[in-house]
Design a protein around this ligand. Sequence first.
Ligand code: FE2
Ligand code: FE2
Length: 165
Amino acid sequence: MTKTEGFLKEAFAGESQANRKYLAFAAKADQEGYSQVARLFRAVAGAETIHAHSHLRALNGIRSTKENLQEAIAGETHEFKEMYPEMIEAAKSEGQKVAERSFNYANLVEKVHAQLYQKLLDNLGKPQENYSYYICPICGYTAEKQAPGKCPICGAKGEMFKKID
Ligand SMILES: [Fe+2]
Ligand SMILES: [Fe+2]
C-alpha cells in the first residue's frame, strides 16, 4: 500500500465517522430545541458523505454490484464470525454491560445482513423482485417485505420499525 492509499483509507474512515456522529448530534440538538444547530450538523454531515465517497472512489473502492455484494458479505461475515465475538468476550470479562449489549445486537444482525445480501447475489441474473425492508430502531434487525410483530432480536414492537423503500 502506498502512503497515499493509506491516507485515503484513513480519511474515508474519519469522514464516515464524522457523518454518523454529526447526524446523532443533530438529533440531540433537535431534542434540545436548537433547530439551527441541528440543521448545520445535518448540512456538514452531508458534506462529509461527499468527502467520504470521493475518497472511496479514489481508492477504486466501488466496483460492480456483484463485486460490491461479495465484499459486503465478506465484511458482514467477518464481523459476526471474528470481530464481534472477540468484542463481546472483552465486554463480558470487563463487566461492560452496555457495550456487551451493543456488540451483541450488532453481532446478531450482521448475520442477517450477510444472508440478505447473499440472497440478492444469488438472484442477480434473474428477474428482479421489488419489495421494501424494515429496520428495527433499537437493534438494527433488518426484515424483508414486512415488519415482524415484534423484533426477534431485541423485542421492540413492529410498529417502531422504519421502512426503507
Ligand atoms: Fe451489518
Ligand atoms: Fe430489534
